[in-house]
Design a protein around this ligand. Structure first.
Ligand SMILES: Nc1ncnc2c1ncn2[C@@H]1O[C@H](COP(=O)(O)OP(=O)(O)O)[C@@H](O)[C@H]1O
Ligand SMILES: [Mg+2]
Length: 273
């Protein structure tokens, strides 16, 4: 798979939330986008998934500009690049399997969806996906009864139900404790490596970006200010991305929040959403 992002801009009034960004991805990489709150990370993912329209630019996926797609082609594209959100976006009172089956909504008639007319093949597949992610025994429970980490795995299962080429994850672990964060990141990594799906994840912590990504893109004020490997993401580079001075340390953007001193926690809170 080839992704070629060309001069993409999103203007809100006079403010460019995403300002003329370009980058290329070849193959099913695990790409992390980092940067402080307001850098434009979510806006980029939302444009790519066509939840919001770009002001200018193109995003070519295998040579097709997905920003110019309309009608059915646009909906097909949206099911090819599934979104995973910080707040899971499940239907809390609905059981887990039904939440996973909702991944098929874009592909079915409204009537069949409203009546919950799932085929037995669909249900079997949903349970297989839950089983693969280690949460099949939760299938009959209401989504709201699960832990945050389990709910995010349900959201990933819902995304997989679409059999997407690309998974776009917007701060998928920002609401999770370190242990659940690791399980969710491991899950995304498996889907990336075992299935060959491109993953683009907005991440709010440096240690996670270093540990899981093949490639890290740093955004600041809507622009790309770093594009490289985790090894190239030095403390100096990180300071530049986050617009911080010498007092900025690694732990200020670590997922291990529980081990931080109070002042560091404050710094982390300032940097995250
Ligand atoms: N719907 C909107 N209307 C106006 N401004 C917006 C809207 N969405 C985002 N922005 C602005 O665009 C900038 C980038 O936001 P966002 O993409 O959410 O950043 P990030 O995800 O990196 O925190 C911010 O300044 C934000 O206030
Ligand atoms: Mg965001």
């Amino acid at each position: 798979m080839k992704l070629n992002v060309r001069k993409v801009t999103k203007q809100f009034g006079t403010k460019a939330a995403v300002d003329n960004i370009s980058f290329d991805v070849e193959g099913a990489q695990f790409v992390g986008i980092i940067g402080r709150s307001g850098a434009g990370k979510s806006t980029y993912l939302r444009m790519m998934n066509r939840l919001t329209d770009a002001t200018a630019g193109e995003i070519f996926v295998d040579g097709v500009d997905v920003l110019s797609l309309k009608g059915k082609d646009k909906r097909d594209w949206q099911s090819q690049c599934a979104m995973v959100f910080q707040q899971f976006n499940l239907v809390p009172r609905l059981d887990v399997v039904s939440n996973v089956l909702h991944g098929l909504l874009g592909r079915r008639s409204t009537l069949a969806s409203v009546l919950n007319l799932w085929s037995s093949e669909d249900i079997t597949r949903a349970i297989e996906i839950l089983d693969r992610l280690g949460i099949a025994e939760q299938a009959a429970k209401r989504a709201e009864a699960l832990s945050g980490g389990q709910q995010q795995r349900v959201a990933i299962a819902r995304a997989l139900m679409q059999d997407p080429k690309i998974i776009l994850a917007d701060e998928p672990i920002a609401s999770l404790d370190p242990m659940n964060a690791q399980v969710v990141m491991d899950t995304l990594k498996r889907i990336n490596v075992e299935d060959g799906r491109l993953v683009i994840a907005n991440l709010h912590t440096l240690d996670t970006a270093r540990r899981y990504c093949d490639r890290v893109i740093g955004m600041r004020d809507g622009r790309i200010v770093f594009d490289g490997t985790p090894e190239q993401l030095t403390l100096g580079v990180a300071r530049d991305i986050y617009g911080a001075d010498e007092t900025f340390t690694e732990s200020a953007t670590s997922t291990e929040l529980s081990s931080l001193a109070p002042d560091r926690e404050y710094a982390a809170a300032m940097l995250s959403d």
